[in-house]
Design a protein around this ligand. Sequence first.
Ligand code: ADP
Ligand code: 5GP
Length: 208
Amino acid sequence: MKKGLLIVISGPSGAGKGTICKALLEKQDLWISVSATTRKPRKGEIDGKSYFFLDVDEFKDRIENDGFLEYAEVYGNYYGTPKASVNEKINNGEDVILEIDIQGALKVKENYPEGVFIFILPPSMDELKKRIIGRGSETPESLMRRFKSAYKELNYVSKYNYAVINDKVDIAVSKIQAIIAAEKCRVDRIKENIIDSKEGIVHEQFYD
Ligand code: ADP
Ligand code: 5GP
């Protein structure tokens, strides 16, 4: 059975990753992985939907039981991608999105280089700051921490396959849809399935 794509989205806090993923899911059939975190829920966040909110001991238990595809400490809290559900979906032919930080994305890239790695950039650092403030989710300390990290994080863009500037959300989403469509046409992903020595061209629905 043809595997689904693993699409990894990262970028500085406030660049608009969450906003873009939400809009993308409304347009396209994708499965977004729900991460586990030790961060406290923000207003409106729902356990099991926004994140699986765990305490540090529960998180460490899952690390010991090899429950994560990757995990990292980000801005003082742990975040991790549950392994079993992601593997199950990909092996089932579903396209999966991970919205994770750069350390986590690089770990995934080591183990799963056929993933599609997309970096979301804000149009400017000024706009990034405005967006984090506008979201109203951070204390002044946490805001500064996230904003300072952003400068370092920008250096990692070269490790990704694609960079998308999030100026207008709908344009950024269209670009990501174009990236996904192009990745699905890559010969190195489909070469074994498109030509049959007897039949000639195999219809896309029979690629499996
Ligand atoms: P991230 O997930 O990268 O931390 P969010 O998706 O939470 O970022 O976006 C941060 C803030 O910026 C939110 O208040 C969101 O509504 C706003 N935002 C996201 N994208 C845009 C955009 N293209 N233009 C203006 N505001 C945006
Ligand atoms: P936030 O606290 O704003 O929800 O997320 C903070 C950072 O953690 C963001 O950069 C987000 O992409 C990242 N993150 C969320 N889930 C995961 C995960 O499962 N693994 C890793 N490595 N980072 C994550």
